[in-house]
Ligand binder design. Structure first.
Ligand code: NAP
Ligand code: ZN
Ligand code: ZN
Length: 348
């Protein structure tokens, strides 16, 4: 076993603290990654606080991982020692079901995807531990290639916030002529703005925070709507082809669904604790749709990383020491983050 240092929540609602644990030995298809940076996703916070139920403790969160490969298994072909590498939200799946075969491993139909943390390895049943740690062992099939032309700390959030917003934009073929609304300018939201703008859409940020307007425009948004302002909200009624909903908290969904034009689609990405409520009338008028999307497959994640390298797209981050992770969670809850916290793992 490989001894590893990390930060863990020992139980629900307990602050994260230093935690020593062991990783499996590097198998024939595995790579060992010396982690350099790990992004902080709102999903980390939901799971540490067991807001979705079934959390496994102790929990080492973190699924926006970048670093350098320090060891490879005998059968590894994609990577060599010294390469940069990334790991996102999943580290395994059954590999044989129709979804896995189609490269949609996140929708694995037999075992389900194995999450990078708060999950269990398929054969051993051992809990998985994430990227708030100095090393990780991952099968090369679930490891991504990372370009050395970008700022590595700013690449980390692409592994979740990037792919989670890229995948639905591609699935619904967002392109020039489309009007896209992005609800919530946080980690996912700011990536949605950059990516949708790069794909040529007209982008409007729908935010509860008036002070984010200048940033939104700088990120590439064409319009900014303060959703608490009724007049502003009214100005975009029946307006959008797509709304990317990244809000992590419960809100009145109908208010926002009414912003969709005929045949418009709202894609749910945020996962509030409470189930959303919607009346059939909000959907049957204008033949509107509500859909959902979960991260993205491995091949699509690589495609997104390559797209970002080509278009020079990175996350806007605040680099933090790992000892400040609990404060970072509190700030994230208040929407006080521009626009992703990234842990400098050298501070571990
Ligand atoms: P985040 O950085 O905290 O951003 C969430 C944003 O939502 C906030 O910045 C804020 O934006 C808005 N917001 C927060 N509370 C609100 C409230 N009470 N009412 C209205 N707006 C509110 O979070 P994130 O990391 O982007 O994650 C967002 C959600 O996506 C989380 O629930 C996370 O678990 C989920 N997620 C899903 C997937 C997936 O595969 N579907 C992947 C990753 C994350 P404004 O200040 O602009 O209003
Ligand atoms: Zn995430
Ligand atoms: Zn499968």
């Amino acid at each position: 076993m490989i001894p590893v240092k990390g930060y863990a929540a020992e139980a629900v609602k307990v602050p994260l603290a230093p935690f020593n644990f062991e990783r499996r030995e590097v198998g024939p298809h595995d790579v060992l990654i010396d982690i350099q940076f790990c992004g902080v996703c709102h999903s980390d916070l939901h799971q540490v606080r067991d807001e979705w139920g079934g959390s496994i403790f102790p929990m080492v969160p973190g699924h926006e991982i970048v670093g350098r490969i320090s060891k490879v298994g005998d059968h590894v072909t994609k990577f060599k020692v010294g390469d940069l590498a990334g790991v996102g939200c999943m580290v395994d799946s059954c590999r044989t079901c129709p979804s896995c075969q189609e490269g949609l491993e996140q929708y694995c139909e037999t075992t389900g995807m194995v999450g990078t943390y708060n999950s269990r390895e398929i054969e051993s049943g051992a809990p998985t531990y994430g990227g708030y740690s100095n090393q990780i062992v991952v099968d090369e099939k679930y490891t991504l290639k990372v370009s050395d032309t970008l700022d590595l700390a700013r690449v980390a959030p692409l592994l979740c916030a990037g792919i989670t917003t890229y995948s639905p934009l591609r699935e619904w073929k967002v392109s020039p002529g489309h009007r896209v609304g992005v609800m919530g300018l946080g980690g996912l939201g700011h990536m949605a703005v950059k990516l949708a703008a790069a794909m040529g859409a007209e982008v409007t940020v729908l935010s509860t925070s008036p002070n984010k307007e200048a940033d939104a425009k700088e990120l590439g948004a064409h319009k900014f709507v303060v959703t608490k302002d009724e007049e502003q909200l009214k100005s975009v009624t029946n307006y959008f082809d797509f709304i990317i909903n990244t809000v992590s908290a419960q809100l009145d969904l109908a208010t926002y669904v009414n912003l969709l034009r005929r045949d418009g689609t709202m894609i749910l990405l945020g996962v509030p604790t409470e189930a959303p409520h919607i009346h059939a009338f909000n959907l049957i008028s204008n033949r509107r749709r509500i859909a959902g999307s979960l991260i993205g497959g491995i091949a699509e994640t690589q495609e997104m990383l390559d797209f970002c390298a080509e278009h020079n797209i990175m996350s806007d981050i605040e680099l933090i020491n790992i000892a400040d992770i609990n404060d970072a969670y509190e700030r994230m809850l208040k929407g006080d983050v521009k626009y992703r916290f990234v842990i400098d793992i050298a501070t571990l």
